[in-house]
Design a protein around this ligand. Sequence first.
Ligand code: SF4
Length: 332
Amino acid sequence: MPRAVALFSGGLDSTLAIRILQEQGFEVDALNVRTTFECCEAPAARAAAELGVRQTVLDVDDDYVDVIRSPRYGYGRGVNPCVDCRIHMAKMARRMMENLGACVVISGEILGQRPMSQKRCDLEVIARESGLEGRLLRPLSAKQLTPTIPEREGLVDRNRLYGFAGRGRRKLTALAGQLGLRVFPQPSTGCALTEESFAPRVRDLMRFDPEATSWDFELLNVGRHIRLDAATKAVIGRNAEENAALRSFAAREDASGSARIEPESFIGPVALLVGEPREPSLRLAGALVLRYTRRLEPNAQVLVRVTHDHQSRVLPIERGEADRTESCFSPL
Ligand code: SF4
């Protein structure tokens, strides 16, 4: 039985791509690539089970931060380097194809569906730059694209592929019905890099920390980010879940230099000070913890606990310090 590897998000398009190849007698392995800014693992697992395919979930490689920092093919409306990102994922799928002895990688991409990454020239670039030229098949648009090697060799019947183009969903939904699929939802969470409101914190990180690691980029998904100066920023939890996440970030082995600041004498948010933990920056971060504390007893003493490098100490904060941060520091 011929084998294929599918780039798989769990959405309708990649689900259809798999079913089309299954109809042609292919055994398909689904590859779900998890990026730092997108999560579609749960819906993808459900869809893979529905299709009866094995799903492998892989995190993007370490050099994905370079994809975000300096994409060869530019950004979309936010800081989404979609073409470079697709190349990165297609390379991962190529390695899986080679390891499994499969003959083709398939994806649910549709010609012209996304302006940033699915123009004809983008689809060609993704195939070429990933080393998959002739081996990257888009079953939903194949009839509008150059035949791939498996089509030319007769392993894939081109007549049973499709020629969709553009953004319309109606015909795809109808095809899902014809192929015996229930209608699949789109993956539940989109990619934060496409959101214009998220872009400032990504740009800030790239501007002030050219050496930023995966840890720094992952941290962008959590809390309020407030730039204090060129060398430091504070990240403040917005709820209990984010407070717990910030504690985990601080405890990670790959954590960039950071200090954790927690309320000692009151109930309030957790903060991380990222960068050199000098006294003025720690005081500012402590003042920000106070600023984002909902309720404080009128006469209570305000103490925060600072933990850095396995050492912990208590730092008193003046209430006025929190008020002064209001006019000087805004979340990114
Ligand atoms: S939307 Fe995000 S995950 Fe999708 S291709 Fe673009 S950068 Fe990559």
